[in-house]
Design a binder for this molecule. Structure first.
Ligand SMILES: Cc1cc2nc3c(=O)[nH]c(=O)nc-3n(C[C@H](O)[C@H](O)[C@H](O)COP(=O)(O)OP(=O)(O)OC[C@H]3O[C@@H](n4cnc5c(N)ncnc54)[C@H](O)[C@@H]3O)c2cc1C
Length: 383
């Protein structure tokens, strides 16, 4: 089967492409091909993700999506034969000011109304108990959800790819930079024409859409991660621990600490993923301030990395048909939360394509046309 004889071509073999391929094949779509420009899957954002999973979002649609994703992750080993690494060690958000605490409380109200029961407010003493290395003397409280936690992005992707292959999906690597000639135009690389196409190109989604004559507001945003040498002082079940104040957060992975701080780090090329060492002193300053024992941790420069978030203007995904081009569907713009939602987004896009609409969950709030309509989702600053 080549791209031109396929019924459906999916552009991009990250976790989204893999999930939508599997869910399409599972629902009886038999002639699916995934085209990936790189020589292997997962070399885009999926391989750079921190591996966090949370239900603590600030919009109903995202909380509901996380709850559904949690169910799918729990059933993942049985359904797909792979352990997705879901470990519910919690997400701990920490506030320094009354305004930050109010924002967290408002989020809890949305979360509870959307069906998340386990989230709770915590005081400084409980913060110390939950994440014992944290300096909590300037904190006034926070929120904790024990069923948030960690996942293993590349294992989720592998589970979907292997299961999709068993159902007959073909994956073509080194496929060149795929363009869709749905709307004419296009320059270099492989062209797919007359085929129903799914844009799963992560941070490159805007570029792929443009080749189909569609403008979508998805832009890359550089995000760096500093990784320490093995640092056994922090237990493996330390929750994802987050300063609401400046977004600094950390987790423990493979006995090392991963330190993140969302600085925008402008670069000449917005797709450049070269790690910029000039960022290190500032993330370390924040790390040492919040977790004093990190002063004794050494950074492993070989493991530090830079990846790209796929940002949309309201930090919510675009899922469904692209306006103005028949047969061109989007699964883009998750804005740094795509791995955790990929089990649900792949399912819902398959429903939209094959059944004419999302059945399992109402995702009207994620329709791509909302930007043209001027009806964006409310933004949140909590992370
Ligand atoms: C530092 C960092 C931390 C993150 N942490 C988390 C987290 O804790 N939890 C979470 O859920 N998410 C996290 N994310 C976000 C998550 O990684 C993404 O939302 C998710 O991986 C998006 O998956 P994707 O398949 O859409 O994109 P990608 O994994 O980027 O895959 C897109 C693929 O499309 C290919 N492609 C692009 N253009 C073309 C073309 N023209 N032709 C052919 N192929 C093409 C690319 O090569 C790539 O392989 C993080 C991201 C970063 C950068």
């Amino acid at each position: 089967m080549s791209a031109s004889t396929a019924e459906v071509a999916i552009i991009g073999s990250g976790v989204m492409g893999a999930s939508v391929a599997y869910h399409l094949a599972l629902r009886g779509c038999r002639n699916v091909i995934v085209l990936e420009q790189q020589g292997a899957p997962g070399l885009g954002s999926t391989g750079k993700a921190t591996g966090g999973f949370r239900c603590q979002f600030t919009t109903e649609v995202y909380v509901r999506m996380s709850l559904l994703a949690r169910e799918k992750l729990r059933r993942f080993p049985e359904e797909l034969g792979v352990d997705p690494g879901y470990r519910p060690v919690g997400y701990l958000f920490m506030a320094k000011t009354p305004a930050q605490l109010s924002a967290l409380r408002a989020a809890v109200a949305v979360q509870r109304a959307a069906g998340l029961q386990e989230v709770r407010e915590v005081g400084p003493d409980e913060i110390r108990r939950l994440s014992p290395a944290v300096r909590a003397d300037d904190l006034i409280g926070g929120t904790f959800c024990p069923v948030d936690g960690y996942i293993v992005p590349l294992e989720i992707m592998r589970g979907y790819i292997e299961a999709a292959r068993r159902l007959g999906v073909r994956f073509e690597y080194d496929a060149g930079r795929v363009e869709c000639l749905v709307g004419g135009g296009g320059t270099a690389g492989k062209r797919i024409e007359g085929v129903r196409a799914r844009n799963a190109a992560g941070p490159w989604a805007g570029v792929v859409a443009q080749s189909a004559g569609v403008r979508i507001p998805v832009e890359p945003l550089r995000r760096q991660t500093a990784v320490t040498q093995p640092f056994p002082r922090l237990p493996a079940d330390t929750p994802m621990t987050i300063n609401v104040d400046d977004g600094f957060h950390f987790r423990v992975r493979d006995r090392r600490a991963c330190l993140l701080w969302p600085d925008d780090l402008p670069a000449d090329d917005p797709f450049d993923t070269t790690f910029d060492r000039r960022w290190l002193p500032e993330v370390l300053r924040r790390a040492h301030d919040r977790v004093p024992c990190f002063r004794d941790a050494e950074i492993d420069l070989e493991r530090c990395s830079c990846g790209l978030y796929e940002m949309s203007p309201d930090k919510h995904a675009l899922v469904g048909p692209a306006s103005g081009v028949d047969g061109f569907y989007l699964i883009n713009g998750s804005s740094g939360h795509g791995v955790m939602h990929s089990p649900v987004l792949g399912l819902l896009l398959a429903e939209i394509i094959l059944d004419g609409g999302a059945r399992t969950l109402d995702i009207h709030a994620l329709r791509p046309s909302r930007f043209a309509e001027g009806r964006l989702n409310p933004e949140s600053e909590i992370l």
